[in-house]
Design a binder for this molecule. Sequence first.
Ligand code: NDP
Length: 276
Amino acid sequence: TSLRRTADDQFTSKTRLPEFSLKDKVIVVSGGGRGLGLVQAEALLEAGATVHAIDRLEEPADDFARVARRARDSLGSSLTYHRLDVRDSPALHAAVRAIADRRGRMDGLIAAAGIQQETPALEYTAEDCDRMLGVNVTGVFMTAQAVAQQMVRLGNPGSIVLIGSMSGTVANRGLICPAYNASKAAVLQLGRNLASEWGEHNIRVNTISPGYIVTAMTASLFDRFPERRTTWPQANMLNRLSYPEEYRGAAVFLLSDASSFMTGADLRIDGGHCAW
Ligand code: NDP
């Protein structure tokens, strides 16, 4: 098989670690307009992928233009922006189908679009819950489905990565976001079940559970709760927060043949976070 050839050839090939290559692969990144999604998108571009970013921002972050320019001028690839809300399922499915038609293939997804809201549980409204679960669970599910449908239609094997959170398995003292944590627990179970159902189509599905990352999402929480700048780093074994760049390797690993026998798994990247 081509995989076996890759293993045999790797000591003679000029390309080091060819199993990490994403050359010619077409990958969708939801939440790719900024933050973790954009940083992971840049890593995929460096590994050779053509990336389509989906986000609801009217304009993606300033950095997006730089990454898109770098892809075009130095990496021989491309980064394209699609403004849409992952809760709009018909628009989402149509956009993903159009990407597959245009490129003639569909190889992967990082589902990073997500929201966070901290409100004491006694004050949470049904609308708050619907919004949280609508983006973080239904939105993630429908994005994975839209991509998987194109993989099946085109007969492509594929790899899907859902961004969960360490908050899907622990209840952190001081955090007031039960619906967020519940949504991230659902992402873990969604990942396992989609992996089980889509294995027969040669589609792998894994989740990444990050710890605290320095992005706009956490910055807004630091503004509200400044003491967290000191308490949060103390909650893991490395005594610090993480940066989006520390999730680049995981994105390339999970989307490439380097993880070809890995599915239904969760990759915890949380500095050894301990509940406290
Ligand atoms: P950001 O808020 O910086 O980026 C998330 C992006 O997703 C934003 O551009 C956001 O737009 C977009 N988005 C939100 N809802 C939708 C929607 N309905 N349709 C399309 N796009 C949408 O967050 P991060 O980069 O920090 O987070 C990325 C992922 O990582 C999230 O799933 C988050 O839950 C997860 N995570 C983050 C951690 C952290 O500490 N930052 C820790 C663990 C997990 P908008 O600004 O308009 O909402």
